[in-house]
Design a protein around this ligand. Structure first.
Ligand code: ATR
Length: 281
């Protein structure tokens, strides 16, 4: 009876159990497999993970704030996880704990077209921002990064540049800021892809007050991604759609990263529509 779980702190809001259990049921695997949410504080994370294989777990998803620790404690790791410096997927096997990362693959799979050769703007310099910069940059996009606290954007730029050198990947990344004399908004005209990784919107904040974006600043031909996941379209995506841009929301990215993890654990491709419906319910 292989068990699966998502490990986070907090984790109560996670839609992963509903999404994965729906996929297991749709494939007729639910008599054997199950997926649960386990809340664990950072102090207890390592001991919990090490005990999981003995308790019938085949693998786990790892979410905030455990992604760095998950990579650090693993016996082996995929190239992607090592490059990104974080793991969101653990696989328990005969050779120990293996770490992987499907966040980058999930983001790329959710885009309507490849970011190669395109110009991308990433808003935010937290863990999600770092992962997005790496994923898009490694795929060949030119990446601009903006953050409310510019020093953090600079830290991400430096870290990405160092990693790129270490792993022999060519990545073009710059910090962008509105001109000091000009309006506080960025000119989005030069960007093919705009990705919000900040927490703005989670607590109902107005993205056009908090971020250097104008409500009517988007254009047809652009793809706008909002990692914030909520059931209703975010204020940001609603405005982007009104301007004729194509939009991708956080649930689609959750579904795509989840589907990649599911395949790593079970060797089977899950039905995306079933996962989408469960994640949105
Ligand atoms: P995560 O790892 O999920 O990305 P995080 O490390 O807490 O989370 O980062 C949150 C991001 O949202 C940061 O880029 C943060 O900007 P700061 O570095 O300036 O704190 C951004 N953020 C949060 N609230 C914001 C707001 N009201 N306006 C602009 N950016 C905000």
């Amino acid at each position: 009876m292989p068990r699966l779980a998502v490990l986070g702190y907090p984790v109560g809001h996670s839609r992963s159990p509903a999404m994965h259990n729906a996929a297991l049921a749709a494939l007729g695997m639910d008599a054997e497999w199950s997926y649960e949410a386990i809340e664990v504080a950072p102090e207890g994370f390592e001991a919990l993970v090490r005990a999981m294989p003995g308790q019938g777990f085949a693998g786990a998803n790892v979410t905030v704030p455990h992604k760095l620790l998950a990579l650090a404690l693993a016996d082996s790791a995929s190239e992607t996880a090592r490059e990104i410096g974080a793991a969101n997927t653990l696989i328990f096997g005969p050779r120990g704990i293996h770490a992987d990362n499907t966040d980058a693959g999930g983001l790329l799979a959710s885009l309507p077209e490849s970011p190669r050769g395109r110009s991308a703007l990433v808003l935010g310099a937290g863990g999600a921002g770092m992962a997005a910069v790496w994923a898009l940059g490694a795929m060949g996009a030119r990446v601009g990064i903006w953050n409310r606290t510019p020093a953090r954007a600079e830290t991400v730029r430096i870290e990405v540049a160092e990693r790129a050198q270490q792993f022999h990947v060519e990545i073009e990344v710059n910090v962008v800021e509105p001109e000091p004399e000009a309006p506080v908004d960025l000119d989005l005209g030069g960007f093919d892809l705009i990705v919000n990784t900040t927490a703005v919107g989670l607590g109902g904040e107005d993205p056009f007050a908090e971020l250097p974006l104008r409500r009517d600043g988007f254009a047809p031909g652009q793809v706008v991604v909002d990692m914030v996941y909520s059931s209703a379209p975010s204020t940001l995506l609603a405005a982007a759609a009104e301007c004729g841009a194509r939009t991708v929301d956080g649930i689609e990215i959750l579904v795509q990263q989840g589907a990649l993890s599911f395949e790593l654990w079970t060797g089977r491709k899950p039905p995306l529509d079933v996962m989408r419906a469960a994640a949105r319910a």
